[in-house]
Write a protein that binds this ligand. Structure first.
Ligand code: PGA
Length: 247
């Protein structure tokens, strides 16, 4: 299975630079002989522009979040059905910035992932420990709990992707060692099998300060199914450098 590289633009890019970035990547993909599996997750209002900019290319588009309800009175939220309607194929749920900025709970993340599955989107469910939790030796307890309680019921390796993002590695330039990434991905795989029957073929992405200079060694780890990339997804050069690092 090819590695999945997801660009999480967060609250970055305006219409013009976002469109240029997406066009630039779509062009690279078209010119490349290497098959790549990549998705761009722009801020929600940019989705139609990015879908248009990547039309007829192998670039997928995803949301950064969705609500757990189909439609309704939820000011400022975006439904999974709207994401799908606009041409998205994926959505991130439970990113640590949503969990901390908006107090999202595991139960809400699970409901969001289930809403995504219901309309045919692949749910990219984020998990990861804070630095304090890691220092206290609690990383596995925290991640195990997030796996048990935020993965959707009824998911399969085709519809659910897990992104392991240690909170202390996001946007900091710091990453766990390769051995640590490998060990925690193995742990996550075991837990997802135990709690949800998600076994062989489940893609587990690593996220947190992935850049062109460290992507090759991280993506070479067998249990790492791809990368969720923030800062380095904001230029064609850096993001393409990561895509080209796929083994
Ligand atoms: P980063 O962000 O690559 O800027 O560390 C990753 C993420 O939050 O998804």
């Amino acid at each position: 299975m090819s590695k999945l590289i997801v660009g999480n633009w967060k609250m970055n890019c305006l219409a013009e630079d976002g469109t240029a970035l997406a066009r630039g990547l779509a062009e690279k993909v078209k010119q490349s002989s290497k098959p790549s599996d990549l998705a761009l997750c722009p801020p929600a209002p940019l989705i139609p522009l990015i879908v248009e900019a990547t039309k007829n290319s192998a670039v997928s588009v995803g949301g950064q979040d969705c609500h757990w309800e189909g439609l309704g009175a939820h000011t400022g939220d975006v439904s999974a059905s709207l994401l799908a309607d606009l041409g998205c194929t994926h959505t991130i749920v439970g990113h640590s910035e949503r969990r901390s900025d908006h107090g999202e709970t595991d139960a809400q993340v699970k409901a969001k992932a289930e809403a995504a599955l219901e309309v045919g989107l692949v749910a990219i469910v984020c998990v990861g420990e804070t630095e304090a939790q890691r220092d206290a030796g609690d990383a596995e307890i925290v991640i195990g709990g997030q796996i048990a309680c935020s993965l959707p019921t009824g998911g399969t390796p085709d519809t659910v992707v897990i992104a392991y993002e240690p909170v202390w590695a996001i946007g900091t330039g710091r990453t766990p060692s390769l051995n640590e990434i490998s060990a925690i991905h193995g742990f996550i795989r075991g837990k997802a099998l135990e709690s949800h029957g998600l076994g062989d073929g489940l893609q587990i992405l690593y996220g947190g300060s992935v850049k062109p200079s460290n992507a090759a060694e991280i993506l070479a780890i067998g249990d790492v199914g791809g990368a969720l990339v923030g800062g380095a997804s904001l230029t064609v050069e850096d993001f393409w450098g990561i895509i080209e690092s796929c083994p």
